[in-house]
Design a protein around this ligand. Structure first.
Ligand code: FE2
Ligand code: FE2
Length: 169
C-alpha cells in the first residue's frame, strides 16, 4: 500500500484485513455452493434454478476477486490454504447432500442473508474512514441483496405452484 493510501485509511488495518478475509473465505464457499448446486439440482424449475445458480456463482467469484485485490492492496494476504476457508468463514456452508431444488434454495438463502450481514458490517466499519473499501463493500452488498431477492422469489414460485396443484391456493 502506498504512503498516502495508508495515511488516509482511518480504519484499524488489522481488524479490517481480518473481516475482509472472512468475507473472502465466505465468497469461495458461496461460489462453490452455487457452482455445485447448478450441477446437482433436481426438481421443479430445475433448469431455471440451475441457470440462476450459475450466474450467482460467477458473481460470488467476482466478489472473491475484488476482496483479494483489496486485501493485497492493504498489505494483507488472502487466505492461502483452501482448507482454511471453512474455519475462517463465519457463514456456514452446508454440503448439498439432498439436491432437491428447495433444499438448495434454502441453503443459498441462508448464505446470502449471512453475506448481507457481513457486507453491512464492513460498510459500517469503513464509511467515512476508508472510502475505497466502503465503495467495494457497498457494491457487493447490493449484489447480495439482489441474490437474496432472486433466490427467495424462486422459493415462493415453487411453493405457489405446489399449493395450486394441491388445491391449497
Ligand atoms: Fe458474494
Ligand atoms: Fe450472493
Amino acid at each position: 500500500m502506498g504512503q498516502m493510501a495508508q495515511k488516509i485509511s482511518q480504519v484499524d488495518k488489522e481488524e479490517l484485513l481480518k473481516i475482509l478475509n472472512v468475507a473472502f473465505a465466505e465468497e469461495w464457499l458461496a461460489y462453490y455452493q452455487y457452482w455445485l448446486g447448478a450441477r446437482l439440482a433436481v426438481g421443479p424449475m430445475r433448469k431455471a434454478v440451475a441457470a440462476e445458480f450459475e450466474e450467482h456463482a460467477g458473481e460470488e467469484l467476482e466478489h472473491a476477486e475484488k476482496l483479494a485485490a483489496r486485501i493485497i492492496e492493504l498489505g494483507g494476504t488472502p487466505v492461502l490454504d483452501p482448507q482454511e476457508w471453512q474455519s475462517v468463514a463465519m457463514c456456514k456452508y452446508d454440503a448439498p447432500a439432498k439436491p432437491y431444488v428447495m433444499n438448495l434454495l434454502e441453503q443459498n438463502l441462508v448464505a446470502e442473508r449471512c453475506a448481507i450481514v457481513r457486507y453491512q458490517k464492513i460498510c459500517e466499519m469503513t464509511f467515512g474512514k476508508d472510502f475505497d473499501t466502503y465503495r467495494m463493500s457497498a457494491d457487493i452488498l447490493r449484489e447480495e441483496i439482489e441474490h437474496e431477492e432472486e433466490i427467495g422469489a424462486y422459493k415462493d414460485d415453487i411453493n405457489a405452484a405446489f399449493e395450486r396443484k394441491n388445491g391449497l391456493e
